[in-house]
Design a protein around this ligand. Structure first.
Ligand SMILES: [Fe+2]
Length: 362
């Protein structure tokens, strides 16, 4: 029976680009028409915590603090991964109108690949207005991500045999390869660029819910002012996570299961004019996680998640289902809050029963 370690992380695009550019996302959103220029200019109406974070240097000092927390989180997760030595890394991640477009948007899809050539180094172009990256390599540099065909195909067969009607994908359409949620997670778990030796299984979750066509397709110039059909419910995402965990727990492999996403996104929080995320909603999730109440995330309400800009949290709901199935609890949780840098981020490690991959408490 395979041991499993669980992890949650963010794939916020910031860590790939020079920190000086991080505050520029807000001005880029203004230029793109996502944020009303009047809302951005009226800083006296911003929440006090947002004004303090923006400070007297337009967010530069706060960006460095935010970066340091994120880099520390990725380093901890990588250390836990290396201690655990997985055979396979399975990731729940969202497709933001990259590999799945208007012809078919699956609720869940298993990526069955041997390897995928990705180009994540120019990830700062849209959100930050720069092609620069912290490694100083050309934006179109290729990153080959190894995948496990066997562990993906086996999961797909098992899920279908359990009457869980997943789609599967055998080809990549996105010019940058794997969707951002997978490619950036691999990149950030290898910030020092020493290599990422673990083959992955990408599991796409249609997180974008009502905003898929308007916001995600809109970022590619193919949007329409319409409300998209919904995402799978949190109940179904939780059940999906449980089913995935059951399969890998019965497999011969050591497996890391990762939920890849930030929590509330300013860019999806329409009630705040897309200026800042829903802090109280994320604090509630953080309390659940810290206090081992994540087993109730299958009961979250989809419209409440959408209202809070927490669309991508569905990736963490899948992870919560998997960890509930296995009875694993988080040993390390770091919740990083922000008003300025688009999304609140959380890092978590759920060690296996054998303790390998354990992390010291903060
Ligand atoms: Fe995402």
């Amino acid at each position: 029976m395979g041991d499993i370690i669980g992890m949650g992380l963010s794939h916020y695009p910031g860590p790939a680009v020079p920190v000086e550019a991080w505050p520029d996302m807000l001005t880029q959103w203004v230029k793109m028409g996502r944020i009303d220029p009047a809302d951005f200019a009226a800083q006296d109406k911003w929440p006090a915590a947002m004004r303090a974070e923006w400070g007297g240097d337009a967010g530069q000092s706060s960006a460095r603090l935010h970066r340091d927390r994120l880099f520390a989180g990725y380093a901890r997760l990588r250390k836990a991964l290396d201690d655990f030595q997985p055979d396979v890394v399975v990731m729940f991640g969202d497709d933001q109108y990259e590999n799945f477009k208007q012809d078919c948007i699956p609720a869940f899809a298993v990526g069955i690949f041997d390897s995928v050539a990705c180009k994540p180094f120019g990830t700062g172009r849209v959100p930050f207005g720069t092609d620069a990256n912290i490694w100083g390599v050309p934006a179109d540099t290729e990153l080959t991500v190894q995948c496990s065909h066997e562990a993906a195909a086996g999961l797909c067969r098992d899920l279908l045999a359990q009457d869980f009607d997943v789609a599967y994908s055998r080809a990549i359409r996105h010019p940058k390869g794997l969707s951002h949620s997978f490619a950036l997670a691999v990149l950030y778990l290898d910030l020092e660029r020493k290599g990422f030796p673990y083959p992955i299984v990408p599991l796409s979750v249609n997180c974008y819910c009502n905003q898929l066509i308007k916001t995600a397709a809109g970022a590619h110039g193919e949007g329409a002012d319409e409300i998209s059909p919904p995402a799978p419910t949190p109940k179904r995402c939780f059940a999906f996570g449980r089913a995935v965990a059951r399969y890998y727990a019965a497999s011969p492999w050591r497996v890391a299961i990762i939920g890849s996403s930030s929590w509330s996104h300013a860019s999806l929080t329409t009630k705040h004019g897309r200026l800042y995320p829903d802090i109280p909603a994320d604090r509630a999730l953080h309390e659940d996680l810290k206090n081992n109440r994540f087993d109730r995330w299958g009961g979250l309400d989809l419209s409440a998640l959408e209202d809070a800009g927490q669309h991508e949290v569905l990736n963490w709901v899948c992870l919560a289902g998997a960890m509930t199935e296995l009875g694993q609890k988080p040993q390390f949780v770091d919740y990083v809050e922000t008003h300025v840098f688009n999304s609140n981020k959380c890092f978590a490690v759920f060690p296996p029963a054998d303790g390998r991959g354990s992390v010291p408490a903060v």
